[in-house]
Write a protein that binds this ligand. Structure first.
Ligand SMILES: [Zn+2]
Length: 90
């Protein structure tokens, strides 16, 4: 198994409910980032609204480093307002 250089991921499981029971699916690796743009930081400090964020999941642990690198440069499109969290699966 590949050990990612970046350890800031969370393990979770895909899945669905069947008759009220959770049926565990594929294991996923999840990475999250809060936007650090000036407007997001201002909104956070001034109005205590959360910074915009992105969540990327992948079933492939060898992609964790690549995702972590991508997240480093990720910024929200418009920090002047609170946006829905972006979800991506790769
Ligand atoms: Zn932002």
């Amino acid at each position: 198994m590949v050990k990612p250089q970046y350890q800031n991921f969370r393990e979770c499981y895909d899945g669905h409910f069947e008759n009220g029971k959770f049926i565990k699916g594929e294991k996923l690796y999840e990475l999250y980032k809060y936007c650090l743009c000036e407007e997001c930081r201002y909104r956070q400090a001034q109005y205590r609204t959360p910074a915009n964020g992105i969540t990327i999941t992948t079933p492939d642990i060898s992609k964790v480093d690549e995702i972590a690198e991508r997240l480093k440069s990720w910024n929200c499109a418009d920090g002047s307002k609170q946006l829905e969290t972006v979800y991506e699966r790769v």
